[in-house]
Write a protein that binds this ligand. Structure first.
Ligand SMILES: *Cc1c(COP(=O)(O)O)cnc(C)c1O
Length: 433
């Protein structure tokens, strides 16, 4: 392998294509892209080397970091996901990354490592439906309490923090309403409280950055401790495979690896490979194009007579436009308001709103070419869905309204098609309802 190259003088966009110039994880020097690996178990050569492998696993030291790992068994570690993890940490500006089978495995992984029976988690009250279900259905069974709060209200957050609180968890932009939480402000409040606490009692901030992708927002730079992503979404980008990742301080890496070893939830190398070879290298290209298109669609919808409101952080009418400009920026520092929007239709009542939203989605499902009715997001194809009855159906309908969700609210995840084609499909759909 060639000498370590100084990659710092290259832009992040180029670094996303190449990753680390020199990885200790695997010697594939004569392949231009890392080959796909497919081996559940590894030859250990001698009992001594096998034993050494088990000693070194999840035992990060300066020494183990700078030598090739002894590969033992896929669930512990293997080249494709090990290299992907290095590149994901790089993309997010974090020290270390641990991959998981999907976003939910990553979320339960980091919460599993940071909490135990008797602890308390505070989360923003609006979030992805399965995360809501994890927090409200499963953690109480483990004697972990969960407080769902409006984290826009920092005074309320301050007074809700208990001695047992270990995690503050949220998404920004929030799924599906696209409202933002002020990552820097929450981090500075938590930093103050942590100054009075021992290391074991520290509160950690975990941000689900799936909506923004690291191209648009890097919460670690803003003071968060951990970032989680569903790699199934914007980072994977092509919608072919599921994956998840936790990115954060090196000192937690070993615990995350041990957790993943024992609870399972391992990312398959066959799912890690497309993220490594297609997803990350095209991230900036895709997201740049998607942002431009999202902006055009948001402007079109905002002026449409049948549309009540459009929530997109890139619109000057967005209530938190200033905050958006402060915390959503790309690697070059330019405003990067993301690739998703949430909009509502004019209606006479909540039921009418829901009926109209469903009618629009159904006519698009029947007639559109450049928009697909499907959950998921961050895809090359534009996807439309109704969060109230789909991705967020785990949240009871009355609570959805309390949490800022409109009964007829529609989520649009913009793909890489040309803007005019998507707008044409929306225009025709709106004309039919
Ligand atoms: C999809 C999604 C998840 C869950 O990810 P999976 O890969 O489907 O497990 C978590 N958070 C957000 C914001 C998501 O959109």
């Amino acid at each position: 392998m060639s000498e370590e190259k100084n990659t710092d003088r290259y832009t992040k966009e180029t670094q996303l294509i190449y990753g680390k110039a020199h990885s200790m994880k695997w010697d594939y020097d004569h392949h231009v892209v890392p080959p796909i690996t497919s081996s559940a178990t590894y030859r250990l050569d001698s009992a001594q080397r096998g034993a050494q492998g088990f000693i070194e696993f999840a035992h990060t030291t300066k020494e183990t970091k700078n030598k090739q790992p002894i590969l033992i068994y896929d669930r512990l570690g293997e080249p494709n996901k090990d290299i992907l993890e290095e590149n994901l940490a790089y993309a997010e500006g974090g020290e270390s990354a641990v991959s998981f089978a999907c976003g939910m495995a990553a979320i339960s992984g980091i919460l599993g490592v940071l909490t135990k029976s008797g602890d308390d988690i505070i989360a923003h009250r609006t979030m992805y439906g399965c995360t809501y279900s994890l927090l409200t259905n499963w953690y109480p069974r483990l004697n972990i309490s969960v407080q769902l709060l409006n984290l826009h209200d920092l005074d309320m957050l301050h007074s809700a923090i208990r001695q047992e609180t270990r995690v503050i968890y949220f998404e920004s932009p929030v799924n599906p309403t696209l409202t933002l939480l002020d990552i820097g402000a929450i981090a500075s409040l938590v930093r103050q409280i942590n100054e009075t606490r021992s290391e074991e009692e520290r509160i950690h901030i975990v941000v689900d950055n799936t909506f923004a992708t690291p191209y648009c927002q890097r919460p670690l730079e803003l003071g968060a401790d951990f970032v989680v992503h569903s790699l199934t979404k914007g980072i994977g980008g092509f919608g072919t495979d599921m994956g998840g990742v936790v990115i954060g301080p090196e000192k937690h890496r070993d615990m995350l690896l041990l957790y993943r070893k024992d609870f399972g939830g391992v990312l398959s190398p066959k799912a890690a490979w497309p993220v490594l070879v297609y997803g990350l290298p095209t991230l900036s290209l895709r997201v740049q194009r998607q942002i431009e298109t999202t902006m055009k669609i948001a402007r079109f919808l905002e002026t449409h007579p049948k549309v009540k409101a459009v929530s997109y952080p890139g619109l000057p009418s967005f209530p938190q436009y200033e905050l958006a400009q402060k915390q959503m920026y790309n690697y070059e520092g330019a405003f990067a308001p993301g690739t998703l929007m949430y909009f509502t239709l004019k209606s006479d009542s909540p039921q009418d709103s829901r009926d109209k939203g469903e009618a629009l989605i159904n006519t698009i499902a029947d007639n559109a070419y450049a928009i697909t009715l499907a959950v998921s997001l961050g895809h090359t194809r534009t996807l439309i869905e109704h969060p109230g009855s789909m991705t967020h159906s785990a949240i009871p309908a009355e609570e959805q309204v309390q949490r800022g969700m409109d009964p007829g609210g529609i989520r649009l995840s913009v793909g890489i098609e040309r803007a005019e084609d998507i707008i044409q499909d929306l225009e025709e759909g709106l004309a039919r309802i």
